[in-house]
Design a protein around this ligand. Structure first.
Ligand SMILES: Cc1cc2nc3c(=O)[nH]c(=O)nc-3n(C[C@H](O)[C@H](O)[C@H](O)COP(=O)(O)OP(=O)(O)OC[C@H]3O[C@@H](n4cnc5c(N)ncnc54)[C@H](O)[C@@H]3O)c2cc1C
Length: 104
């Protein structure tokens, strides 16, 4: 089976590669950092959080972003699993410990 190539190991690319691999399809994840820097990222880590440590509202009843969180959890998503593991107690928002967050 030919592998699927995912370009960019940010949040979206890392999640896409995870879901492709879980479906049993070979995947190659390409990332240019740290060889090539961006103006926003600070490391060469996959799934690096940019800027704040908040994924915004986690309210899946009254907020569209919270509904997306719910859907990503229902899909057994990697990013949500890591966010929940490293969650900080800040009320209704989904804020994470950004140093611990990037999946290994
Ligand atoms: C200044 C700033 C502040 C932000 N603050 C927030 C915030 O507080 N909360 C929030 O939710 N969102 C914030 N965002 C948005 C944030 O960038 C997105 O939420 C998130 O990073 C998007 O993930 P992504 O995977 O789509 O893109 P990115 O995280 O940008 O990932 C794209 C990846 O592709 C790689 N790449 C690009 N081109 C190539 C190539 N040709 N070959 C190989 N690799 C490549 C990049 O290095 C990068 O790793 C902010 C963005 C910026 C710029």
């Amino acid at each position: 089976m030919q592998p699927i190539h995912v370009v960019g190991a940010g949040l979206a690319g890392s999640e896409a590669a995870w879901q492709i691999a879980r479906a049993g399809v070979p995947v190659i994840l390409h990332e240019m950092r740290p060889a090539v820097e961006t103006f926003a990222h600070r490391t060469g880590d996959c799934a690096e959080m940019v800027c704040s440590n908040s994924f915004r509202s986690d309210d899946d009843q009254m907020n569209a972003v919270g509904q997306l969180h719910w859907e990503m959890r229902a899909a057994d998503g990697l990013i949500m699993a890591m966010a929940d593991r490293h969650r900080l107690p800040v009320g209704g928002a989904l804020a994470v410990d950004r140093d611990a967050f990037p999946p290994p």
